[in-house]
Design a protein. Structure first.
Length: 417
RNA sequence: GCGGAGUUGGUGAAGUGGUUAACACGGUAGAUUGUGGCUCUAUUAUGCGUGGGUUCGACUCCCACACUUCGCCCCA
């Protein structure tokens, strides 16, 4: 038997239903917020991710699906959504010649070569938005609240927004310097991972689970104290506006996020019980320019749909998702089958959810199938009635049976569902 | 990439080195209900993740691999 590759999965049953529900909700939301849908390729030149996500981040150094194609090109399956959208923005000159804020959203699969766990697969689906050409706190607030509102609207209540500001490059550099100076004398008291981070990505030491409660990390300098006036003003304005919009959040000065391109505002949507991240985002004002585009500010987030599905499934535990069709057509002999096909097509073309016995089931089994599908009406064809141009319809709730003229059946059902 | 746990039918699962892999749900066929939903009867894995090995004999012991799951790293 051929089995699925590690970390891949089939989207089935309830998961598939929830996925479609999420997709529909998102589509509606994005229209209301006036975002355009964009789909970028699942694979890009490897170089794109090296230049955006960061040369040193693990996501790029050891967690991508890389391969050389038949033309000897280095390709990478996208590990995240932002890089492709930014590349497309530049390549297609989507910034054009207007001053408006440019707003896109995407929904698609990403690929990361890592060890699978619950809520973490090698193929994952992300929904994300990217907003370009606005450096105002207005867009920060819009994007942060948009993500929270979508999650809430989908039915997820138990999450908290963790938010922080990394400030501009200058503030961030100053802070990194101060942090390293503070940690240097005590570095050997931290865990081995942190010692490695010290040179590679010192900000991530703040995130460490092992040393979280050590005195060293408790008294670590706070990035907030190193923000310059402009960065500080922006951050305060954003939190103020979130409060005004009734969006709850938690200041988290240890939140730094992994990708290199973030500056200023960064945030995550964390579930309350396990602290599993549903999504996260940040501002990345330098990225467009560094990829050869105009000097254009940008901000965005990504939300892991698979994790959203996981959360929604917890709520559904115990509940069965039942089918609810409008009509089930029972038939046994050839003549009845012919009528069944005709009636089924007619009903379906009139938006009536219809199923028809297509499996030579016994009379009894057909009733069972109709029950399992929760059919509102059961259309029981029999040759005798058909000869008189009549259709036998049973209301499955009242068990009442009636004979309807063949030509009026569709109208009758439409009037009674 | 590192470490731990697991893998029995459509589903939940029990089980032992030795003919027929328990039980329950579900499925199918039939009986009885005026055309089903209750009840009853029969039937439903030549198969115990895959491939090797040990053995007279393995689902049960050993090895490898695959997949799942938990933790680390990292991240959504």
């Amino acid at each position: 038997m051929i089995t699925k590759p590690k970390g891949m999965y089939d989207l089935l049953d309830i998961d598939a239903k929830l996925y479609q529900y999420i997709q529909n909700t998102i589509t509606t939301y994005m229209e209301n917020y006036n975002y355009d849908f964009i789909r970028t390729p699942i694979m890009e030149s490897s170089e794109l991710f090296h230049r955006t996500v960061g040369e040193e981040t693990d996501l790029v150094t050891k967690e991508t699906y890389d391969f050389v194609d038949r033309g000897n090109r280095n390709m990478t399956l996208r590990p995240e959504g932002t890089a492709g959208v930014v590349r497309s923005l530049i390549e297609n000159k989507l910034y054009g010649n207007h001053n408006e804020t440019i707003k896109y959203y995407y929904l698609g699969t990403m690929y990361r070569y890592e060890r699978p766990q619950l809520g973490r697969n090698r193929e994952l689906t992300q929904f994300g938005v990217e907003v370009f050409n606005s450096d105002d706190f207005m867009s920060d607030v819009e994007v942060i609240s948009l993500g929270a509102n979508v999650l809430k609207d989908l039915g997820i209540e138990n999450f908290t927004i963790h938010i922080n500001s990394l400030g501009d490059k200058e503030s961030r550099d100053n802070y990194t310097k101060a942090l390293k100076n503070y940690l240097k004398p005590n570095i050997d008291k931290l865990c081995p991972d942190c010692q490695a981070r010290f040179n590679k990505n010192p900000l991530r030491i703040l995130d460490c689970k092992v040393d979280k409660n050590s005195d060293i990390l408790k008294n670590v300098p706070k990035i907030n104290d190193y923000l310059n006036e402009e960065s500080k003003f922006r951050f305060n304005k954003i939190t103020e506006m979130l409060t005004m919009l009734d969006i709850d959040y938690e200041l988290d000065f240890n939140l730094v996020r992994g990708l290199d391109y973030y500056d200023y505002t960064v945030w995550e949507y964390l579930t309350d019980e396990e602290g599993l991240a549903l999504g996260g985002g940040g501002r990345y004002n330098g990225l467009v320019k560094s990829l050869g585009g105009p000097d254009m500010p940008a901000i965005g987030f990504g939300i892991g749909i698979d994790r959203v599905i996981l959360e929604l499934k917890k709520k559904l535990e115990g509940h069965e998702l039942k089918k609810n069709i409008d009509a089930y057509i029972m038939c046994v002999n050839e003549e009845e089958k012919i009528h069944a096909l005709k009636i089924a097509q007619d009903l379906r073309l009139n938006n009536i959810m219809t199923e028809v016995n297509s499996n030579n089931l016994s009379f009894k089994s057909q009733f069972k199938v109709a029950d399992n599908l929760n059919a509102k009406f059961i259309i029981i064809l029999n040759s005798e009635d058909l000869a008189k141009g009549l259709i036998n319809v049973k209301d499955n709730a009242t068990k009442e049976e009636m004979k309807i003229d063949e030509n009026e059946l569709t109208d009758w059902i439409m009037g009674n569902i």
